[in-house]
Design a protein around this ligand. Structure first.
Ligand SMILES: NC(=O)C1=CN([C@@H]2O[C@H](COP(=O)(O)OP(=O)(O)OC[C@H]3O[C@@H](n4cnc5c(N)ncnc54)[C@H](O)[C@@H]3O)[C@@H](O)[C@H]2O)C=CC1
Ligand SMILES: N[C@@H](CC=O)C(=O)O
Ligand code: NA
Length: 437
């Protein structure tokens, strides 16, 4: 059988890792596929480096459009990132009948609905395992392994850079800038690391898996985003004292009123496996009606793990390329006839438990005033600690609440804030209370 011909766009961390993986594991891959894979074309900005990486048999260009129009390319593997040139190249490739493999969550979160519609019209596959949780086969799990279930909720650590930073700060006492610089040096961070630390990258990924899980269009523009840049080490310490770890979580849940879609720092009980996920590792917990809870754990970023997912997708395309259309892995959420019209809940309507930290005058009655406000909003308290840390007159009060709606906690916070003896803005961090331990 003729080899499957790959056109590679981008030979950076993931692109270079993909070439290396194919060079190292070609024999095993061919044995498993019964067919050879060859990279006929590669587009890159650094031609000399790319020639060294790819070897003499690959046509090298600095123009991605040379690759997407080349007749001897069956699959375009898009690893340049971003959503400008990458979008044009992918659209052009689909129109030219090429299958697509991409690691680009930004592109899919912003333009996935359009790209999948176009792919369906042109009868080509778009594979994106590497786009969510790097090497963890979470797309395959949702699309295939859990295909018979109703998915109820997903909670995941899906940004390796943020998790790496939080782990480094907690375990090794690194500062935020030190830990970020290390994540960049290790190839984990996005070209613009703001996407990592402000929650955008996790939001991109969450929007994709939420759409896949609940059969909706991708709704990134309605995803609530809050990153780790404003997190204070004081809150990390208090959370630990209460038996919790703080992680940047992506949470999506189907409720009768609509879908929750949110990324924010979250308190997780220390005993939960998610709380023990450290460094660049990712983990995704899925709650489904028949199977119950499943947990997927592995490296969420880096050359090797991400290349592993890219190559698995190329192998899937190879296997399915000659299958009749109906035998191909379906796009599920992206077939317009089967899309579900479920609204994304406004943030005020989500349900969570909450961590609140209040700095107040250390005087009798303050605690009572705060408790009264919470009681009036029907918010019950799970735990409370009080410390006089700033000076003798100022107390830090940390409260964990039971489950309530976000709008009730916001209303309570504004009243607490207005108390004359409350001294600085109330800190609020949401707690993970979706999945059983
Ligand atoms: N680094 C990681 O651990 C992971 C990255 N991803 C995604 O994979 C994609 C690639 O990421 P990295 O390899 O880390 O980025 P990178 O910056 O290391 O590599 C991108 C490469 O594409 C080249 N490039 C960009 N625009 C180009 C253009 N117009 N023409 C030719 N070449 C161009 C750049 O020069 C660079 O060599 C991104 O979408 C990223 O979000 C996904 C999962 C993990
Ligand atoms: N920047 C991303 C890379 C993988 O998607 C991350 O840190 O998770
Ligand atoms: Na993955």
């Amino acid at each position: 059988m003729q080899p499957l011909r790959i056109g590679l766009l981008g030979v950076g961390t993931v692109g270079g890792g993909t070439v290396k993986l194919l060079q190292n594991n070609a024999h095993e891959i061919t044995r498993r596929l019964g067919r050879e894979l060859i990279i006929t074309h590669a587009a890159s900005r650094n031609l000399e480096r790319t020639r060294t990486i790819c070897g003499p048999d690959t046509n090298i260009t600095d123009n991605v459009f040379d690759v997407v129009t080349a007749p001897d390319v069956d699959v375009v593997v898009e690893l340049i990132g971003g959503s400008t040139i990458a979008k044009d190249a992918v659209i052009q490739a689909i129109k030219n009948g090429k299958h697509i493999v991409t690691a680009n969550k930004k592109l899919l979160a912003e333009y996935g609905n359009e790209i999948f519609r176009l792919a369906s019209e042109h009868n080509v596959m778009v594979m994106y395992e590497a786009a969510v949780a790097g090497g963890i086969p979470i797309i395959k799990a949702l699309r295939e392994g859990l295909a018979a279930n109703h998915i109820e909720s997903i909670a995941g650590i899906i940004n390796g850079t943020s998790n790496f930073i939080l782990s480094e700060m907690r375990a090794n006492g690194s500062t935020f800038p030190e830990a970020l610089a290390q994540a960049q040096a290790l190839g984990y961070a996005e070209a613009d690391p703001t996407f990592d630390i402000e929650g955008h990258d996790a939001g991109h990924k969450l929007s994709i898996i939420s759409a896949l899980a609940f059969g909706t269009p991708i709704n990134f523009s309605q995803c609530y985003l809050e990153g780790i840049s404003q997190l204070q080490s004081l809150d990390i310490c208090y959370a630990e004292e209460l038996g919790y770890r703080i992680k940047l979580l992506g949470i999506t849940r189907k409720t009768p009123e609509g879908i929750e879609l949110r990324v924010h720092p979250t308190l997780i009980p220390e005993s939960r496996l998610l709380a023990k996920v450290e460094g660049v590792m990712n983990a995704v917990s899925v709650q489904a009606d028949m199977i119950g809870q499943t947990l997927y754990y592995g490296a969420g970023a880096g050359a090797g793990p991400t290349a592993s997912a890219v190559m698995a997708d190329i192998m899937d395309v190879t296997r399915l390329q000659n299958a009749e259309a109906s035998y191909r892995v379906p796009y599920l959420a992206f077939q317009s006839s089967s899309l579900q019209n479920i609204s994304i809940l406004p943030m005020d309507e989500i349900t969570s438990s909450y961590y609140l930290r209040v700095s107040a005058c250390d005087e009798p009655g303050v605690l009572g005033e705060i408790a009264n406000i919470l009681a009036a909003e029907n918010i019950s308290i799970e735990a409370l600690i009080q410390k006089g840390i700033i000076n003798k007159e100022t107390a830090e009060i940390v409260i964990l609440t039971h489950s309530t709606k976000e709008r009730f906690i916001k209303h309570a916070m504004s009243q607490i804030q207005a108390l004359p003896r409350v001294l600085s803005p109330v800190t609020m961090i949401r707690m993970e209370s979706l999945h059983p331990r």
